[in-house]
Write a protein that binds this ligand. Structure first.
Ligand code: NAD
Length: 391
């Protein structure tokens, strides 16, 4: 079976789905690898490195004509969806819950869409396939480097002949995969780190990395399904906000990573909290997207300087800013997923398998993921009264 590696076309996307080091295992499983010309360029991997690893470098037409499966990082553009043949499969971060229309278009095209964002993350067997974690790890690390680079003072305590520099006070909001990596990285740079999350079990994890857990007087346990957080109620949000505002005001650097699956990221740093921060303070909002971010003032892809001298950075796609390192991890994840779905050198989808069941979102011309189907075609209102409402 021929497996194609697409050149990413999303703006700013510099990662690539497979790196040359990952080809050996796939070839040993009977797969032939085709790589689109220039696919690795953004990650500083020349075509020749893929050829040396045994792949064939091909043009775009040949890639879509010959591949049974196409591997990619970001979801395909509309033009790329149109290039797919019926019966072909595509694997990548297809983001079907954010962009159900692309999933619908892939189904219409007869493509089997396999989405890495849907991996059941708590399944221990799926850990090697967990690209959300590997990429969040890159993001957490890079967010701290951006914060350190933007902050006009030292992160570590420094005693020199010219005087002493105080260490930076860093607050990490959201202690998931990215938050834990951010704590570790900020600690290694010598900062004094505080961290906060609405899932109580994160306290021990944060403390084990050397952060002080921020315990609010209002007890909130928002542990949701699958290890994720649930959305807070309006009362919980108000109580959390009032207390967090006080903590945020004393910080030099705030890095936010909080997400709630399928929802707009919660606002944790309000405009009022930003106003209380000292001039020179830095906020890096990792949760920022077109849906909004954890900071009320952040604008995705932009760096803003507020009138009271706070810099708010809202990076768009942090893993893509470390393309070689991020791609190496991603390649291992996507290879592990693909190898679990291959038998005798061909794609063999077993829907009894938990990973296959969760990640295959379209097949045989239909959207098979219930959650995605609901987004594309919400159930009609049960009664005319419900439809008409009071308006
Ligand atoms: P995420 O990106 O969904 O969210 C990041 C963090 O934000 C989470 O820790 C969440 O609790 C927190 N958050 C949400 N709302 C908040 C609020 N209002 N205030 C403060 N914090 C808030 O999380 P993630 O990094 O993808 O990880 C989610 C979970 O999955 C974690 O429990 C993680 O340990 C788990 N996980 C498990 C495995 C595994 O078992 N193999 C692998 C990866 C992740």
């Amino acid at each position: 079976m021929k497996v194609g590696v697409a050149k990413e076309t999303a703006p700013g996307e510099r990662r690539v789905a497979l790196v040359p080091e990952a080809l050996g295992k796939l070839q040993a499983a009977g797969l032939e690898i085709l790589v689109e010309t220039g696919a690795g360029a953004g990650a500083s991997i020349p075509d020749s490195a893929y050829t040396e690893a045994g792949a064939t470098v091909v043009g775009t037409d040949a890639l879509y004509e010959q591949s049974a499966v196409i591997l990619r990082v970001a979801k395909p553009s509309a033009a790329e969806v149109a290039r797919h043949r019926s019966g072909q499969a595509v694997v990548g971060f297809l983001a079907p819950l954010i962009d159900p229309a692309t999933a619908g278009a892939l189904a219409k095209q007869g493509v089997t869409a396999i989405s890495l964002d849907a991996i059941p993350r708590t399944l221990s067997r799926a850990q090697t396939m967990d690209a959300l974690s590997s990429q969040a790890n890159v993001g957490g690390y890079k967010a701290v480097l951006i914060a350190a680079n933007t902050y006009g003072r030292y992160f570590p305590l420094l005693t020199t002949a010219a005087g002493t520099a105080k260490p930076a006070n860093v607050l990490i909001l959201g202690i998931g995969v990215a938050g834990l990596q951010a704590i570790g990285t900020a600690r290694r740079l010598g900062a004094v780190v505080k961290a906060y999350d609405v899932r109580p079990e994160t306290r021990e994890q944060a403390e084990s990395l050397g952060a002080q857990f921020v315990k609010l007087k209002t007890t909130i346990d928002a542990t949701g399904a699958g290890g994720y957080a649930r959305e807070l109620t309006a009362e919980e949000r108000a109580a959390q906000q009032a207390e967090l505002n006080e903590v945020i005001g004393g910080m030099d650097v705030v890095i936010t990573t909080a997400q709630v699956p399928g929802r707009k990221p919660p606002v944790l740093v309000t405009a009022e909290a930003v106003e209380k921060m000292k001039p020179g303070s830095v906020i890096v909002d990792m949760a920022a997207s077109a849906l909004g971010g954890n900071c009320e003032l952040s604008r995705v892809g932009e760096t803003i300087d507020t009138s009271n001298g706070v810099t708010i950075v809202a990076p768009d796609n942090l893993p893509a800013t470390m393309p070689a390192g991020a791609s190496a991890f991603y390649a291992r994840n996507i290879s592990a997923l693909l190898l679990g779905m291959v038998k005798d050198g061909a794609l063999n989808l077993d829907f009894e398998d938990e990973v296959t069941k969760a990640t295959v979102i379209t097949r045989d011309g239909a959207v098979v993921s219930e959650a995605v189907r609901k987004l594309i075609d919400p159930a009609p209102p049960a009664t005319p009264a419900a439809a008409g409402g009071q308006a």
